[in-house]
Design a protein around this ligand. Structure first.
Ligand SMILES: [Fe+2]
Length: 310
C-alpha cells in the first residue's frame, strides 16, 4: 500500500497550504521576493556564527536558550558548545532536558532507539544495528531525518549531542532547507513546483527486522503551518523519484547544490560536549575512524515538534 499526502495536507486540515506563508507559493513572486530579502539579510556567514556557548545543556539559562532560539529562527539550526565537561552526567537525560527547554516534547519512536526514544549512535560490529549505516563508520549521504516516515510521524526537530568524538573524521555537513529552497527557486521556480508534487519521491516499503513499513510517497518540499518542511535523501537505492522530467531535473539540481560550496553550506565536527539543535536540517555524516578504547558516541533525539520562537 502506498500512502500519499499533498503539500500542506494534514488530517482534518482544510486550510490552504500557503495561507500563512504566501512566500512559499511558487506563483506569488512578490511575497517570495520580500521574504527572501529579509531571510538572507540576517543569514549566518560561517560556522563560527552558529556556535553558542552553554554551561550545561541539562539546565540551559534563559540567555543561552534565547541565543539558540535566535539562530534557529534565522537558519533552522545552531551548534552548542559546552564550556566544561560534566563527568558522570547522564547525557541522554541532559539532551532530553535541552529538548524540553526548546519546546521539543514528542520524541519519534524509532524501532532501533532505546526505550526512551533517544538513540545512542556508535559503531556496532554485529547484531541488527550493524546492518544500518548510522551504526557503522561509513559516510552517510545528504538527508533529512525520517524521510521515510509517514506524514503522521513527521520528524520536525532534530538534536545531536556528542559525548565522544571519533579519533578522526565524523564531521557533519549542514544545510538549511530554506536556503536550498531559495537557491533552487532563484534558478528555476518550476523545480519548486515539481518538488512540491505529492508524488515527487517515494520510499518503497520495508518488511525487515520486525518492521512493516508501507511505501511512503510524498513531496520533497511542503508547507506545514506556515513553515517550510523537507523530506529528502540523496541515496539512490531504495528510493523512487517520479519519472516526470522536471522532477528528475530538480533532483539533479538539489544534488548539485548540496555537493557545491555555496555560502549557506556549513560543516562542523561535533567535539565532546558539542551538539546540533535544529529543525531537521539537511545533513551528512562524513566517514570516521575510531579509537577502540574510546569509540565515537553521539546521542540523537528526533521529535515530531519543531523549535519555534512563537
Ligand atoms: Fe540523520
Amino acid at each position: 500500500m502506498t500512502r500519499e499526502y499533498a503539500s500542506g495536507e494534514a488530517p482534518g486540515n482544510r486550510v490552504p497550504p500557503y495561507a500563512a506563508a504566501p512566500h512559499f507559493d511558487p506563483d506569488d513572486e512578490s511575497a517570495y521576493a520580500a521574504w527572501r530579502k529579509a531571510r538572507l539579510a540576517g543569514y549566518p556567514a560561517r560556522i563560527a556564527d552558529l556556535l553558542v556557548e552553554v554551561d550545561d545543556i541539562a539546565q540551559p539559562t534563559a540567555d543561552e536558550r534565547r541565543r539558540l532560539m535566535f539562530l534557529v529562527a534565522a537558519c533552522n539550526m545552531a551548534v552548542y558548545v559546552e564550556r566544561r565537561p560534566h563527568p558522570g552526567r547522564d547525557d541522554k537525560q541532559a539532551l532530553r532536558a535541552l529538548g524540553l527547554s526548546l519546546g521539543l516534547a514528542r520524541l519519534d519512536g524509532n524501532h532501533l532507539a532505546d526505550d526512551d526514544g533517544i538513540t545512542p549512535l556508535a559503531v556496532h560490529r554485529d547484531g541488527t544495528r550493524s546492518r544500518y549505516i548510522p551504526y557503522t563508520d561509513r559516510p552517510i549521504a545528504w538527508h533529512t531525518d525520517g524521510y521515510y516516515n509517514e506524514a503522521t510521524q513527521r520528524v520536525r526537530g532534530l538534536l545531536l549531542h556528542c559525548s565522544r568524538p571519533a579519533a578522526q573524521g565524523g564531521e557533519n555537513r549542514l544545510m538549511d532547507p530554506e536556503a536550498l529552497y531559495i537557491g533552487l527557486r532563484d534558478e528555476n521556480p518550476d523545480w519548486i513546483r515539481a518538488l512540491m508534487r505529492s508524488d515527487a519521491m517515494t520510499i518503497p516499503g520495508n518488511d525487515e527486522d520486525g518492521m512493516t513499513r508501507p511505501a511512503v510517497s510524498g513531496p520533497v518540499f511542503f508547507v506545514e503551518e506556515g513553515r517550510l518542511a523537507m523530506r529528502y535523501t540523496a541515496r539512490t537505492r531504495s528510493i523512487e523519484w517520479h519519472a516526470d522530467p522536471m522532477v528528475q531535473e530538480a533532483a539533479a539540481a538539489i544534488r548539485r547544490h548540496l555537493d557545491g560550496s555555496g555560502p549557506t553550506l556549513f560543516q562542523a565536527r561535533l567535539e565532546a560536549g558539542w551538539g546540533l539543535v535544529s529543525n531537521n536540517v539537511l545533513h551528512t555524516r562524513e566517514p570516521f575512524a575510531d579509537d577502540a578504547a574510546a569509540p565515537r558516541l553521539l546521542y540523537r533525539a528526533r521529535y515530531h515538534d519543531r523549535i519555534s520562537a512563537e
